[in-house]
Every structure is written in C-alpha cells, then in structure tokens.
Design a protein around this ligand. Structure first.
Ligand SMILES: C[S@@+](CC[C@H](N)C(=O)[O-])C[C@H]1O[C@@H](n2cnc3c(N)ncnc32)[C@H](O)[C@@H]1O
Length: 237
C-alpha cells in the first residue's frame, strides 16, 4: 500500500467503522446521493448491499461504472441531483440507508436537500451525513498563513472555500432536527490524518497503523471534535 493509500484509509476509517455498525450483517437498500465515482458505493455493493448512486456528473457516473466493473459488482448509476430526488425512485423502492457524503457543502439549499432526503428515506431509515467542518478549516487557513481568510471563515456559515460551505456540529444538528431527523451520533473525521506529513508515514514502520488507531480513538471524544476536518453524523428518519 502506498503512503497516499495509507493516509486515505486513516481518513475514512471512522466513517467505515460507523457504517459497518449501522449496516449490520443483513443486505439493505442503499442510496448514495452525490456518490460520485463510487468510493463508498462500490465497496458497499461488494458487501452485498443493493446500491444506487444518484449524481449530476456524467463523468463521475462513467468512472463509477468502470470501478464497479473492475470490482465485479453491480451499482446502479442514475443521473440526477438532490433537488429532483423525490421523483427518481419508485414509491415501493424506499432506501433503508441514504449516504450524503461531501454534498451538503455544494448544494444551493442544505435545508431543502435534507428535506428531499427525508422524503425518500423509509420511515425508521438512517442517513449517513458527512460534511466539512468550519473550525478545522479556520485552523488550517491560519496555519498556512492565510490569516485574513481564517478570520473571514470564523463566524460565517455561508463563507465558502474551494470545497464549498462548511458547518459546525451545532449547525448541522439543528439543520437535521429542523428537517425532522433524530440525530444518533456525531463523530470527528480526519482529526490528525491531514496534519501528519506524508513522508513520515513511510519513514517509520507502524506510523500509518498508529495514525489509523489514533483517528478511531479520538473520533468520539468531544474535546477533539472541533479539530476534525469533517463531521460524520448518523441520523434517523
Ligand atoms: C466531494 S464529491 C463527493 C463524492 C462522494 N460522495 C464521496 O464521498 O467520495 C461531491 C459530489 O456531489 C455531486 N453533486 C454536486 N451537486 C450535487 C447536487 N445538487 N445533488 C447531488 N449531487 C451533487 C458531485 O457531482 C460530486 O460527485
């Protein structure tokens, strides 16, 4: 495994841990909205789940189809977006689980997006929501010397960066509650994974494994939550 693959597994380990717990052993119906090239969808299909990716990007859907073919799994790809979600699935095909990872940052209206997800999710179904967190972005900007940008990001929920809007844990839990979801858990993701220099992951044997352990160990410690680059929330309809 290369250093970048090792860093990627440290970046996603906490999300996969929460998903494995959520999904249990039985195959379920999953909708991955804004699933892109299928980083999550293909692996979930490989675990036996029936997965549909809805994404507006034809390029992403083509890459998804290639990836699924290479892995020998079936993932349905549908071109569409969050705004049109309620019309895309049949009434008798309600997902048990919806993934919305890295998408709420870029939609026009996050509240409307969550309402659309709630509309398609089966009653009692779960949402796996992954969003960029603002506090960590403020720290990253300041540490890179972009102090004015850090200041601008500090209190403005609408201040957008390269990857779009950023949220605090309070903002995202209020948005979910307002859309009628019950928030189950909030985990910090990528607390340290982006901070450790890549060269160090190769230099000392065992560092990559220890980084993964560290990410898992701090994910549900509230004192580390503001430092996480992303927040992973599990919510129930
Ligand atoms: C940062 S990528 C995340 C991809 C994937 N969910 C992941 O975690 O690897 C954002 C994805 O959202 C999709 N997207 C952008 N606007 C969207 C919208 N309005 N509705 C649904 N998906 C959207 C993009 O095409 C892209 O594939």
């Amino acid at each position: 495994m290369s250093a970048s693959e090792r860093r990627d597994s440290a970046r996603t380990a906490v999300v996969w841990g929460a998903l494995e717990q959520l999904l249990g052993g039985e195959p379920v119906r999953i909708l991955d909205i804004g699933g892109g090239t299928g980083g999550f969808a293909v692996r979930l299909a490989g675990l036996g789940h029936r997965v549909t990716v809805v994404d507006p990007s034809p390029d992403a859907l083509a890459a998804l189809a290639r990836r699924a073919r290479e892995d020998g799994v079936e993932v349905e790809g549908v071109q569409g977006d969050l705004a049109g979600l309620p019309g895309l699935l049949a009434d008798d095909d309600q997902p048990d689980v919806v993934l919305c990872h890295g998408v709420l940052e870029v939609v026009d209206d996050p509240a409307a997006a969550l309402a659309a997800i709630r509309e398609v999710l089966r009653p009692g179904g779960r949402l796996s929501l992954l969003v960029a967190q603002r506090h960590a972005a403020v720290i990253a900007r300041a540490m890179a010397g972009h102090v004015a940008q850090a200041l601008a990001l500090l209190d403005d929920p609408e201040a957008t960066g390269r990857t779009g809007r950023r949220f605090t844990a309070d903002e995202v839990t209020v948005l979910l509650a307002d859309a009628g979801f019950e928030v189950g858990s909030v985990h910090g993701v990528r607390v340290f994974a982006d901070l450790v220099p890549g060269a160090l992951l190769d230099l000392e044997p065992g560092t990559a494994g220890a980084l993964l352990e560290l990410e898992r160990a701090v994910a549900d410690r509230s004192e580390y939550l503001p430092l996480a680059a992303q927040l992973h929330v599990i919510a129930e309809r």
